[in-house]
Design a protein around this ligand. Structure first.
Ligand SMILES: [Zn+2]
Length: 369
């Protein structure tokens, strides 16, 4: 195991931060699998699972079972971790510009596309190496204005050449689910069986250049431009490790074991373990629909994440006790109620829950900001 400390220059005089990456296996060994947690710095189930995963990787290394290159960044967002406001962690957005830490990553296909004209041949393996070298050059020359820009680029310098990138998040109150493109269905299936995710939300381009998409969309775009001599060389996904309150060692150890099964399944480890679950149910991200509060008030539920619901079914209530009025929270589609908001109050116009269904109901930017 080797630990790498990446400096971040800090936003103001006298301030610096660091990013810590841990490596198992040889640089250059394949597959290169990168795992990070805490990009939204108020989401701690992933970092705790990675803490336990790292102990398991130490054991696997002592047993000579590391076959690929595994990189773990357990706390990917030192900026967000330091941001507390009014005695609460903020974590999701930077306090300076209110930008979501998981949006706005560079579009590598745009940055390297023109430079690759005439550079790619019939050998897909050689093309992957050429494209990854172009990604590295683009990141080295990327314009950095803010501290958050710098974090984005430093993170991608560690990931642009990875075969697999797993970004561990969590939701407010939720069952375990993840987001995936259609590019590598066998990986999606393995990830579901390894982690025990209930649901996989499938979409090729969700919008907003989230961290996972910044690793998959460029290969898709370059394939569209240069043809099938460009493979889908990176599988990347955002995993939602249930809700913000689901932080415990017992659950985190099981989640780490699931990640070990995935690492073994993709060949980064030898000697197992094997996946312990069935596949995740796959539904289109465009079929996941939100209920919007028509007025502000008290939020209460008669259902919970994981419930199967029918369109129009009562899921809970928004109550304005001052005006003595109440509205039912109705299921916006038929399917799986997979997440609810954490808060017991809401403002008018806020989304309160999502139901995933098979029917396409949305288009455009598909992620909640
Ligand atoms: Zn998140």
């Amino acid at each position: 195991m080797r630990t790498e400390t990446v400096p971040l220059s800090g936003p103001s005089p006298g301030t610096t931060r660091t990013l810590t990456r841990h490596h198992w296996g040889e640089v250059g060994a394949r597959p290169k699998v990168y795992l990070q947690g805490g990009l939204h710095a108020d989401e701690m189930p992933g970092p705790l699972a990675l803490f336990h995963l790292m102990q398991m990787l130490d054991t696997a290394e002592a047993e000579g079972r590391i076959a690929g290159h595994v990189v773990v960044v357990p706390l990917a967002n030192p900026i967000g971790l330091s941001e507390w406001l009014l005695h609460k962690p903020v974590g999701r957005r930077d306090l300076e510009g209110a930008h979501n830490f998981n949006r706005g990553y560079p579009d590598l296909a745009v940055l390297v596309g023109d430079g690759l004209e005439g550079q790619l041949g019939p050998d897909a393996v050689a093309n992957v190496a050429t494209i990854r070298a172009a990604f590295a050059k683009a990141l080295a020359g990327a314009k950095i204005e803010t501290e958050v820009d710098e974090l984005r680029i430093r993170l991608m310098e560690g990931t642009h050449d990875a075969d697999i990138v797993l970004d561990l998040h969590c939701d407010h109150r939720a069952v375990m689910h993840f987001y995936a493109s259609t590019a590598r269905p066998e990986m999606t299936e393995l990830l579901g069986r390894s982690t025990g995710s209930v649901l996989a939300l499938i979409e090729d381009v969700s919008g907003g250049n989230a961290f996972d998409e910044a690793h998959t969309a460029p290969w898709r775009a370059l394939r569209e431009r240069f043809g099938d001599k460009v493979p889908a060389a990176c599988f990347s996904t955002t995993l939602e490790y249930r809700g913000q309150g689901d932080v415990s060692d017992a659950v985190a150890v099981r989640d780490a074991e699931g990640l070990m099964a995935f690492l073994a399944g993709v060949g980064a480890l030898t000697g197992g373990p094997v996946p312990a679950h069935g596949p995740a149910e796959e539904m289109p991200l465009a079929g996941a629909v939100e209920f919007i509060a028509p007025f502000g008030g008290i939020v209460s539920w008669v259902t919970q994440p994981g419930d199967r619901v029918s369109e129009g079914q009562v899921l809970g209530h928004v109550t304005d006790a001052a005006l003595r009025r109440r509205v039912e929270i109705l299921a916006p589609t038929t399917g799986l109620l997979f997440r609810q908001e954490l808060w017991t109050t809401c403002l008018k116009g806020q989304g309160l829950c999502h139901v995933a269904g098979m029917e396409i109901r949305r288009q455009g930017d598909l992620l909640s900001d």
